[in-house]
Design a protein around this ligand. Structure first.
Ligand SMILES: NC(=O)c1ccc[n+]([C@@H]2O[C@H](COP(=O)([O-])OP(=O)(O)OC[C@H]3O[C@@H](n4cnc5c(N)ncnc54)[C@H](O)[C@@H]3O)[C@@H](O)[C@H]2O)c1
Length: 355
């Protein structure tokens, strides 16, 4: 049976990848992309979907209860996939208010409206509310500690992760208190197409291509688990199709890297691209490899982020056992696809950068 999905934050990085993925793999379903178009939202991410019969875009804020309610009703939405958030830890340190507003109040506004529409009538409507969250709610791990399982206690350390933790609890509470049919997924760091170039991987790619410094926090030893964004989309699809209502699933890439190792890997991969394709030197004359240099010379250590979590790692065995989840991309293949995308989509990232 076909579904009608409301995808919040659909003009952002993961939301956009998700709507493209869903449109390809479920062409019979209707997709309502809902986004306030903050600095992180980019309508260009949805260009190829605009005008398609099963796709609509709603420019609105998730904190606007009346708009959320009207959208759910007007489109007879049966599935919410909730990505919209303030998502950059550094911004949450300098300006936490927007994080509380969107991530906590906004998520609560969606839940309230969903409850009204799906459970407020004479008989409940079939529905699902899927909430997309982060491994950062679990806090930080020591070097040899086991990866975060779904049982790990919540221990958020930044205003960003605290706001996501609060939203996870609200989603859980709406299930336990009102019977809303919810699922939650907590995932590790994503990378891939449409990644806004303030985050580590796209920042490094676009800075190397322009010959700009590659800022590395502290000594670069902080460790993250990296997940190709399409594998995340597949994981969410599995949770929507087979996940148990009220449950939480961790989605990871089994792929831990220190920040410095990632930056150096990107430098080496891009240098190799320049060596293999001489036209790149003409297109990106600022890149060190264009003049026979090495991108590693751009690495610049900067003062560590306040309260910087040392290590995140995801234990995704529950999703593997219950849903058959496994990442399809290796880091090797995912990174090559990401480099292909950034090299082929300069028109997308140039306007987002100042230099
Ligand atoms: N990027 C990652 O590596 C990662 C990892 C784990 C979890 N997550 C979670 O995945 C989700 C998506 O992350 P992302 O990286 O795509 O974020 P993003 O910052 O790229 O995109 C967020 C989108 O939400 C929209 N938005 C922000 N506030 C809004 C509001 N009040 N109303 C409507 N729309 C609003 C923005 O315009 C933007 O399009 C977030 O919930 C984030 O916490 C991301």
């Amino acid at each position: 049976m076909s579904k009608t999905l409301l995808v919040t934050g659909a003009a952002g990085f993961i939301g956009a990848n998700f709507v493209h993925y869903w449109a390809r793999s479920h062409p019979q379903d209707r997709l309502i992309a809902y986004d306030a178009l903050t600095y992180a939202g980019n309508l260009a991410n949805l260009d190829s979907l605009q005008g398609q019969p099963n796709f609509s875009f709603v420019h609105a804020d998730i904190c606007d209860y009346d708009r959320v309610l009207a959208t759910l009703r007007e489109h007879a939405v049966d599935t919410v996939v909730h990505f919209a958030a303030e998502s950059h830890v550094d911004r949450s340190i300098t300006g936490p208010d927007a994080f509380i507003e969107t991530n906590v109040v906004g998520t609560h506004t969606l839940l309230k409206a969903a409850r009204e529409v799906w459970l407020g009538g004479p008989s409940p409507l079939a529905h699902r509310f899927h909430h997309v969250s982060t491994d950062e709610v679990y806090g930080s791990l020591a070097a040899t500690a086991p990866a975060f399982s779904e049982q790990h206690r919540y221990e958020p350390n930044s205003p960003y992760s605290a706001s996501k933790a609060a939203s996870d609890h609200l989603v859980r509470a709406y299930h336990h208190t009102y019977g809303l049919q919810v699922t939650t997924s907590n995932c590790s760091n994503n990378y891939g197409p449409f990644h806004f170039p303030e985050k580590l991987i796209p920042l490094c790619i676009t800075n190397i291509l322009r010959g700009l410094p590659l800022p590395v926090y502290g000594d670069g030893s902080n460790i993250r688990d990296w997940l190709y964004v399409e594998d995340h989309c597949r994981g969410i699809e599995l949770v929507l199709e087979q996940g148990a209502v009220g449950e939480t699933y961790n989605i990871g890439g089994n792929n831990e890297w220190s920040n410095l190792a990632i930056v150096e890997l990107l430098c080496d991969r891009l240098d190799a691209r320049f060596a293999a394709d001489t036209s790149l030197a003409g297109r990106f004359p600022g890149a060190p490899a264009a003049a026979g240099g090495s991108a590693r010379d751009l690495v610049t250590f900067v003062e560590d982020r306040a309260g910087h979590d040392w290590r995140y790692a995801i234990d995704a065995r529950k999703a593997a056992a219950e849903l058959g989840y496994a990442p399809v991309e290796s880091f090797e293949s995912g990174l090559e696809r990401t480099l292909d995308w950034f090299l082929g989509n300069e028109d997308w990232w140039r306007p987002l950068l100042s230099g």
